[in-house]
Design a protein around this ligand. Sequence first.
Ligand SMILES: [Zn+2]
Length: 282
Amino acid sequence: MHLRSVFAALCALMLFAIPGMAQEEEAPKYKDQSPVSVYLANRNINEGVRFAVSNSLFTLYHEVGHLLVDQLDWPIIGREEDVADNFATYMLLSGKRRSFEQALKDSAFGWQLNDETYGGRRDVSDFYDEHSLDLQRAFQIVCLMVGKDRRTFAITAQEWGMSRERQNRCDDDWNQIESSISRLLAPHAGSTLETEITLTYDPPDRSMALAYKVLRDSQMLESIVEELRVGYGLPNPISVRGTMCGQPNAFYDSVEVEILFCYELIDDYFYMLDLYEARNGG
Ligand SMILES: [Zn+2]
């Protein structure tokens, strides 16, 4: 258990104990204002909690990308892991939600911290892995952000040290991805097919109790379940499961048609941020 993780989670618990704060009275309009977007939009949210939930949300959309590739038989030319990342960025950018814009900034930073925490010395396996390098994943998020909206995200790109020339070319990157995903989603946009989706939370052990609490409070899994239920034309029943995995990760299981989200992943985001703050005297 990480000390600051405890602090951050306690802050989250206190936050949601205050009456009238961040609690929706009426059923939220999914896609426009999902529960997780309301949660992240709360100005009083603890930074560590926001960082952990934001990165978790990016990862969850990444797994949704794998699910759609599999279940809708999307054509893929290129690495599926890059496709899943681009889909996550697209989904977080396409709703014009401020809280999701911040979530993307947090996610790019999260990949930087992944590199700093676990990157170590590079070896050849980093280059034949299915995934791009952590810092490439970070810069791809930043590129799509600035490619979509120069006015809003030029400062972010500058903070990351991206040259003006590359920022300009990111327009093409965004336009290509936006056009491709829109075309893939369009046939299902009017679908009234209601997909059967089961959401399950397995009990956490004591070490993951607070990560579990933050996941439940954020309603991230509930938000995604509602988003997927209608409008994607998903033909098969889907399972979404929060669980203990023994590792900080998330998975899409094409045999079970199941997205697994590990409690250890949220805990790991707290851990990486703690280390970063310790390194930088935070
Ligand atoms: Zn993946």
